[in-house]
Design a protein around this ligand. Structure first.
Ligand code: CP
Length: 315
């Protein structure tokens, strides 16, 4: 496996989920794979779960891990081509990335949408430069448009907690004080479309996700109607795609609360975290026994380790 951005990169999903279950059951079984192998994890943005879980996954596989918070500890990188570098960015990405590739066997990159230019964000220019220039397999730790390690962990968690053969899974937009990227909902939809689930997405008008992700997906603008009979409620805030990067609403009538959860089929509550309590979800729901957000976060080690194992096997 040379890159991990989409479900197609991991191939047969049923097989990947089976492998993930084996990884979870016996996390130290493949330590030989990572012996004398190094992963560099590059963070352009903050992280708690991705940083710790990917580091833990690599360590479980016997790898050496180098973490670089590039904005804090590295040189500021110029990413434009053909510019006169007389500003505050002393290093060009076209040198930095091949150099990073010399120090490791696999590279993980976190680089969020900047919300300055939709076309640039959705072209994944920065991530693609790592893929093109590093000479190493690249794993997305959340890029401008996708968060595949999260979505794989989400699907694995749904597999663990499903009671129905084909559960109803509802992705609901939720209010938030800030503009958040579409990476998590994009990937969630992308992975659920490949899984044996009945997916509904609910959001206020104006929050439609990019058409390339939403083709064939059921959208219900009435949140209460969407919640009826749901087995899983997955809450997430995201900024508008059509009015790119804008917060169009902070309407707290969209907050996930006990009254709405009562409409469901005793649904489990999921969120990728971090979450703003009483904006996205009420204290009562996230504290309830139906909330599986911590278990979901724990499965980030499983998704990362399954992907890294595949990459190590193909080195
Ligand atoms: N869910 C997630 O990716 O968390 P972090 O941003 O803390 O890594």
């Amino acid at each position: 496996m040379q890159r991990f951005l989409t479900p197609s990169d991991i191939g047969d999903l049923k097989q990947a989920l089976k492998e993930a279950a084996e990884v979870k059951k016996n996390p130290f079984a493949h330590q030989h794979l990572g012996k004398n192998k190094t992963i560099v994890l590059i963070f352009f943005n903050s992280s708690l779960r991705t940083r710790l879980s990917t580091q833990k996954a690599a360590t479980n596989l016997g790898m050496n891990v180098i973490v670089l918070d590039i904005n804090k500890d590295g040189w500021q990188l110029e990413t434009e081509f053909g510019v006169v570098m007389d500003g505050d960015k002393p290093e060009h990405i076209r040198e930095a990335v091949p150099v990073i590739g010399q120090y490791c066997d696999i590279i993980g990159v976190r680089s969020f949408a900047r919300f300055e230019n939709k076309e640039e964000d959705y072209s994944e220019r920065l991530l693609n430069q790592f893929i093109e220039l590093s000479g190493r397999p690249v794993i997305s730790m959340e890029s401008a448009t996708r968060h595949p390690l999260q979505a794989f962990a989400d699907l694995f968690t749904i597999e663990e907690y499903r009671s129905a053969q084909r559960p109803k899974v509802v992705l609901t937009w939720a209010p938030h004080p800030k503009a958040l990227p579409q990476a998590v909902p994009n990937s969630f939809v992308e992975w659920m479309k490949e899984a044996d689930v009945d997916l509904t997405v609910t959001h206020p008008k104006g929050y439609e996700l990019a058409p390339e992700f939403m083709e064939g997906v059921n959208v219900e603008y009435d949140q209460r109607k969407a919640f009826e009979g749901a087995d899983f409620i997955y809450a997430k805030s995201w900024a508008s795609f059509s009015e790119y990067g804008k917060v169009l609403s902070k309407d707290r009538s969209w907050t996930v609360d006990e009254e709405k959860m009562a409409l469901t089929n005793d649904a489990k509550f999921m969120h990728c975290l971090p979450v703003r309590r009483n904006m996205v979800v009420s204290d009562a729901v996230i504290e309830s026994s139906n909330s599986i957000v911590v278990q979901e976060a724990a499965n980030r080690v499983v998704s990362a380790q399954t992907v890294l194992k595949r990459m190590l096997e193909s080195l």
